[in-house]
Design a protein around this ligand. Structure first.
Ligand code: ZN
Length: 498
């Protein structure tokens, strides 16, 4: 076969993989939004079957042949980078013995089911043996995959390639001490936002209509997406022309849906604006968890919780909100949606204390993977760290170590991306201000110049660029926590007047 013929055959092979991936994604969306209760069992089996097929293609002899024949030879950049992606997946999966891989997949699904029950019963001991096995497998896999300095780096690589323990251990303590300082000042401030005034009956329809109006201003493409109800909100990409978001409505607390929808739409804009030339290849996706989270957090916090946003959008809010808000002043409202208050549950945390939650998890999982602590000691260590970093001590493991699903699914190395995304977002925002008058754009109600900047600098590339390359190309520097610290300091000095 000529090089062109091999390239064509390779692209066809990717297309076939993509057909499985798209089917799996659509079924997953269905499982989490629409499926009737009795349909779940059979549907899960179908996902399992299709996932196995996809996995086989990713580690097949055929893909190995393509890698050997095309790597370093193609003049087409998309093909060259697709080959590298395929190679990484191939190597990663082939290094794990098949029996161990199968056992692990079963352990993951069992682990999630047991975790669910253990969390409901606040019974860590029930989950402990599963978590012990999950940790053991992850250590084993990390050793198969290899690392230079710290075994945890091998796991980080799965979510944020290029970021290492060394980097995190430099950056996180800096963020932590700045946030702790801010938190202390906030706690002694005489300003006490009143969040009670946010809790009034706000019908779902009004929340939805308001959110849709905000999404229109952000430029969410409804011809390439949709919004549905779910229990745990998420964004999901079926393909670049079908990028869906979901939310949950709480009629006593509009923040859940309104800020949640802006967050998920931030993820969706990323995917909707990836260059269509990448469609059908493994490059047609956000480049990392951290860069993805930078997009959702930018829109949710830097825009959605911004003072100018509410100055210019409070009238729009009141158009859909119950009349109760007619008596709530803009200042009271703005302070309330930005209240800082240490809380037990990560996903309910405010924007200032949120990174501290991530650091608790990062330090514990790093120590676990390095064999410095035992799974059985986790509940106590968790509570101690919460008290040290946030000044509050969980009363049960349900609001402590058992709250997140990640470890139950074997996702070690994932948590840092949340805090990294936040730092990236602050770095991007700082850079954007050089060429975009963000305040004016927000006031205008048409946010497309912001979206356009993100698309030009980040979205379009998909996985063509690695996360730290994007950061460097866009901002001219590496990971730098100063921008986030400065952003939070300025914002909360203004709100809490210190
Ligand atoms: Zn997110």
């Amino acid at each position: 076969m000529s090089l062109e013929q091999t390239e064509k055959a390779f692209l066809d092979y990717l297309k076939e993989q993509n057909a499985y991936r798209e089917a799996i994604t659509l079924i997953q969306w269905d499982l989490r939004t629409k499926v009737p209760k009795k349909g779940v069992g059979q549907r899960s089996e179908v996902v399992g079957y299709l996932s196995q097929k996809l996995h086989q293609m990713q580690v097949s002899d055929k893909i190995k042949e393509f890698i050997d024949e095309l790597k370093g030879k193609s003049t087409n950049e998309i093909i060259e980078k697709s080959i590298l992606e395929c190679e990484e997946t191939y190597e990663k999966n082939r290094k794990i013995p098949e029996t161990e891989f199968k056992e692990y997949v079963m352990l993951q699904s069992k682990g999630e089911a047991v975790w669910q029950e253990a969390r409901d019963k606040a019974d860590f001991a029930m989950f402990q043996p599963y978590l012990e096995k999950l940790v053991e497998y992850n250590k084993k896999f990390a050793n198969y995959w290899g690392y230079k300095e710290n075994i945890y780096d091998a796991l980080l690589h799965n979510y944020e390639p290029g970021v290492t323990v060394k980097t995190l251990d430099e950056v996180f303590p800096k963020v932590r001490s700045s946030l702790s300082e801010l938190l202390q000042k906030i706690e002694t401030s005489s300003v006490r936002p009143n969040t009670e005034l946010l809790h009034t009956h706000f019908p779902k329809k009004g929340q939805k209509d308001l959110s849709i109006e905000i999404l229109n201003r952000m430029g969410y493409d409804w011809d390439a997406g949709r919004l549905d109800d779910t229990i745990h909100p998420f964004e999901i990409t079926v393909n670049l022309n079908d990028v869906r978001i979901t939310t949950r409505y709480d009629e006593q607390d509009f923040r859940m849906a309104v800020f949640g929808i802006i967050h998920e739409a931030g993820h969706a804009l990323y995917e909707q604006n990836i260059d269509k030339k990448l469609e059908g290849t493994p490059l047609a996706s956000g480049t990392s968890m951290g860069i993805h989270e930078s997009q959702s957090l930018f829109w949710e916090n830097f825009l959605g919780r911004n003072k100018i946003f509410w100055e210019s959008h409070y009238d729009l809010f009141k158009k859909y909100a119950p009349s109760h808000f007619e008596n709530v002043s803009l200042t009271d409202f703005y302070q309330a949606v930005n209240e800082v208050k240490p809380s037990f549950i990560r996903i309910e945390a405010d924007e200032l204390t949120y990174p501290l939650h991530i650091m608790v998890r990062y330090e514990l999982e790093k120590a676990l993977i390095n064999g410095e602590i035992e799974v059985r000691d986790l509940p106590q260590l968790w509570n101690e760290k919460m008290e040290e970093y946030l000044g509050i001590k969980p009363q049960s493991d349900r609001e402590g170590v058992l709250q997140d699903i990640h470890w139950a699914g074997g996702d070690f190395g994932y948590f840092p991306s949340y805090a990294l995304g936040y730092m990236y977002a602050a770095q991007f925002e700082h850079k954007m201000r050089e060429t975009v008058n963000i305040d004016q754009v927000i006031r205008s109600g048409d946010f497309s110049p912001i979206r356009q900047w993100m698309t030009n600098n980040i979205h379009q590339y998909g996985k063509m660029k690695k996360p730290l390359d994007i950061l460097n190309d866009v901002t001219g520097e590496g990971l730098n926590p100063d921008y986030l610290i400065r952003y939070l300091t300025t914002k909360y000095q203004d709100i809490y007047q210190f």
